[in-house]
Design a protein. Structure first.
Length: 276
């Protein structure tokens, strides 16, 4: 498997543009969200982290980013299935930073299984975390963005927001729903200096996908590497995983002034998966 290029430091012009713009990144204690939070902190943006995990590890991540990039990094433990906690997270960031200019709705969970064996609870949980949480966070953040006439909303969807896949009905539905939310809100707020876009990654080797591949390896009686190769073969034409650093760079670009005319877009970052 070819190694992905390491993300470069943000170009000077991008840093100058982004520095000081406060952001919330949901589900940023691991994986893609952490990659995005890291790219933002590297560009000088104050960031609020969010997500589950070991409290000591989360604090080490928070303090590590703050020290490395000399920016304010906060943490909210808000549960993305709880609308009141989501509103509280946005308010906490607005009070601490003064305003919130960038909202990344990234928290997500995966359920794999045929539709008839997917329980109602599994269906509801996937839709709550992957889709409804973005609605609640956008609802809470928009008045503040309108007040400063500036905002960037970035929804982390998936290649499965653009195409379906057998065994992924709840997940793909949540990600297709994210597209409807992205396009409709983009049109509603287009004249307020606010853009709304969706990033659609292919496979990224995060804990979420490691669990998926480990379980496919176990079910097929094959090695993790063989299962990873098989998973990539179903999607990515370039034969390698997308990296969280690559997604962080794309999110930083979408957050910048240079991306002011990109709105309501679904941007694949999937090694060619959805080009097939
Ligand atoms: P991950 O499991 O590494 O991270 C998920 C994050 O969401 C974690 O921080 C977790 O604590 C948080 N989270 C989960 N439930 C939460 C809740 N109820 N409240 C608050 N936080 C919660 O997964 P990842 O692969 O980094 O996924 C991030 C996003 O990217 C998801 O929306 C996922 O669907 C999407 N995505 C991932 C891939 C991939 O290949 N990894 C591909 C396409 C899209």
């Amino acid at each position: 498997m070819a190694m992905a290029p390491h993300a470069a430091k943000p170009a000077r012009a991008l840093r100058e543009d982004l520095a000081g713009k406060p952001a919330i990144v949901t589900g940023s204690t691991s994986g893609i969200g952490l990659g995005i939070a890291r790219a933002f902190a590297a560009a000088g943006m104050p960031v609020m982290l969010n997500g589950f995990g070991d409290a000591v590890e989360i604090e080490a991540t928070r303090a590590g980013l703050a020290d490395e990039f000399d920016v304010t990094v906060l943490y909210s433990a808000a549960d993305m299935t709880k609308p009141d906690q989501i509103a509280g997270m946005v308010e906490q960031a607005q009070v601490a930073f003064g305003w919130v200019e960038v909202l990344v709705n990234n928290a997500g969970i995966l359920h794999i299984g045929p539709v008839e064996t997917t329980s109602a609870a599994q269906w509801e949980a996937v839709l709550a975390v992957n889709l409804s949480s973005a609605f609640h966070a956008i609802r809470a953040a928009l008045p503040g963005m309108k007040a400063v006439k500036a905002g960037r909303i970035i929804n982390v969807a998936s290649a499965l927001g653009l195409v379906g896949a057998a065994g992924y009905s709840a997940y793909a539905t949540s990600k297709h729903g994210t597209m409807g939310l992205t396009k409709s809100v983009a049109l509603e707020v287009a004249e307020h200096g606010i853009t709304v876009n969706a990033i659609c990654p292919g496979y990224v080797l995060t804990p979420l996908v490691e669990r998926e591949i480990a379980s496919a390896a176990k079910a097929g009686g094959i090695s993790f590497e063989a299962a990873a190769k098989a998973a990539l073969a179903t999607g990515q034409a370039n034969g390698r995983f997308v990296t969280s650093e690559e997604i962080g760079s794309l999110a930083a670009y979408l957050a910048s002034s240079a991306a002011a005319s990109i709105t309501g877009a679904a941007i694949p970052i999937d090694g060619g998966w959805t080009a097939r």
